[in-house]
Ligand binder design. Structure first.
Ligand code: ATR
Length: 518
């Protein structure tokens, strides 16, 4: 379920926000701490105003203190009084009360008041500083205290924290299977806990309205959850895929693959997995039974050591951008798909298998290029840049027999790249004057310069009508180099075309795994 956290400044704006998001949500949290609470008739008026908007939509009432990430700055006695009044007037399905409040006398009175009107109590703890190592014990104490739902939100500062959260969830689920919980990893590395709440034993995921203030760090909008991250499909147990990277949240891959799954009528859900460290990320992939993973910066090279098997291009390049699950061998441990919900996820493989590595960047790079130039053999090609993104480009051009020049800010890095790929070519610094004279048939830009929409790595480089200019940057869609090349009458290839071609090659692999797993 998706819960909209309305951080609107008043009930009118809250109503607007509920109406706009209604199509994607299952419940709504009214964060009344964001409202001006001085008016006498506020809650009765809010109840009347919100009634049509929340018809058939359960409401969570929350009056969060500033120290717990909320907007309430007054005294505790007044907060308790306001909570009593709001409970009476709004009669919400749930009320969120903090663990420390419930441990006190006035908290117990609120618990009773909620019980009298049939409102269920979410007993919550927020830790904005860390994921405590002893989370399982803390969660056990929370589970054992009075309340209907245990909510524990922790700051996930590292991917290892997400693993701690997952393990705490699994332990709690086996210890007290009947207790309802919402367990959240706040911040970027906790995002998988928001995309796949059931895997973390959670009843729902919180989302923020578009354009407003996020209710908590890392919250996405309801529309993003449903459309970009296939929340409903994932909740229904569709085979899972993800993009692994740092950053990974703004990648175009989730939108691309989830659109392709929907268009093809195949059950599949493609998530984002921002991670700071490879080992805990791979462990999470096993626990969540991911079937395929797209790999991006900075993990393409590091991931190679973890593959069970790989294609030749991965071997030669020393980099993979796609992981696909191989069938399990006899030495794999069974039961890895066991989750906090108890039992295996529907459609989960019986055991882990290993990862097979592919690099679709090579075909992705060549696909839009080959129709522009009938043959690459003997062509004078300039590659600007020698970083991770240049690897597949240089490899592809060498394989096709182009006459290669690699120009990079660091000449040494360009030399190392050519050496590593066992190729021959000219290596130049970006300031080398020969670049200004030498004509090229093909110019490929692989550095990050140009993403700002104003810079070029080689502003003086001559671009003529006869050459092909290929920039692998896809945000912005047209870099300054592309615009200059277009103006000069050159044929241009923009980065979105490479992105689409590599993603399509990945999708062909994921599609098969999704069909097998459905
Ligand atoms: P990626 O994996 O995206 O290629 P990378 O491995 O960090 O990222 O490589 C970035 C590329 O952009 C490199 O070629 C880098 O040049 P250096 O190897 O000399 O660092 C290049 N690059 C980054 N910022 C640059 C700048 N301001 N001017 C010129 N080149 C730049």
């Amino acid at each position: 379920m998706i819960c909209l956290t309305t951080t609107a400044p008043d009930p009118w704006k809250a109503r607007e926000s509920i109406e706009v998001n209604r199509q994607w949500i299952d419940l709504v949290e009214l964060r009344v701490d964001q409202w001006d609470l001085s008016g006498q008739e506020l809650f009765p008026r809010a109840a009347a105003l919100l009634a049509p908007a929340v018809e058939n939509l359960p409401v969570i009432l929350t009056l969060r203190r500033e120290s717990d990430g909320g907007g309430y700055t007054g005294g505790e006695a007044r907060r308790v009084e306001l909570l009593h009044r709001a409970l009476e007037e709004l009669t919400p399905a749930w009320v969120d009360l903090e663990d420390d409040l419930l441990a006190r006398e006035e908290g117990r009175a609120l618990l009773e008041a909620a019980g009298r009107i049939g409102t269920r109590v979410i007993r919550s703890i927020h830790d904005f500083s860390s994921t405590p190592e002893d989370l399982p014990e803390r969660l056990m104490r929370l589970d054992e205290a009075p309340g209907d739902v245990s909510k524990y939100a922790v700051a996930t500062r590292r991917t290892a924290d997400l693993l701690t959260l997952y393990r705490a969830a699994a332990e709690a689920a086996s210890r007290r299977p009947g207790r309802e919980r919402v367990l959240i990893g706040m911040g970027e590395f906790g995002v998988p806990s928001r995309l796949l709440p059931s895997a973390f034993g959670s009843r729902w995921s919180y989302a923020s309205p578009a354009g407003g203030r996020p209710g908590a760090p890392g919250q996405l909008t309801p529309q993003e959850l449903v459309e970009r991250f296939a929340f409903r499909e994932a909740a229904a147990g569709a085979p899972l895929f993800a993009i692994l990277g740092n950053p990974a949240l703004h990648s175009g891959s989730p939108a691309y693959h989830n659109r392709r799954f929907r268009e093809s009528g195949i059950r599949g859900a493609y998530l984002a997995f921002p991670a700071d460290d490879l080992d805990p990320a791979l462990e999470m992939f096993d626990l969540l039974s991911l079937r395929g993973v797209s790999v991006t910066i900075p993990f393409k090279e590091r991931v190679v050591a973890h593959l069970r098997d790989r294609e030749g291009a991965v071997e030669a390049l020393g980099a993979a951008n796609t992981l696909t699950r191989r069938p399990a061998a006899a030495d794999d441990r069974p039961g890895a798909a066991e989750g906090p919900g108890g039992g295996e996820r529907p459609g989960a493989p019986e055991s882990r298998g290993g990862w097979y590595g592919t690099n679709t960047d090579v075909t992705g790079f060549l696909k839009p290029l080959l129709p522009e130039l009938s043959a690459l053999s003997g062509l004078r090609a300039l590659v600007i840049g020698a970083g991770g993104a240049a690897r597949a480009v240089v490899y592809a051009l060498l394989k096709e027999g182009a006459r290669l020049t690699v120009a990079n800010r660091s000449v040494q890095r360009a030399e190392k790249l050519l050496d590593a790929l066992g190729g021959k070519g000219t290596v130049l610094g970006l300031d080398d004057e020969s670049l200004l004279r030498e004509p090229f048939d093909l110019i490929v830009q692989t550095t990050s310069v140009g993403m700002d929409g104003v810079s070029e790595p080689l502003p003086g480089l001559p671009v003529t009508a006869g050459c092909v200019v290929y920039d692998i940057i896809y945000t912005p869609p047209e870099t300054p180099l592309i615009l200059r090349a277009r103006a000069a009458g050159a044929r241009v290839i923009t980065g979105d075309r490479m992105f689409e071609a590599q993603a399509e090659a990945q999708f062909a692999l994921f599609r098969t795994l999704a069909i097998e797993g459905a």
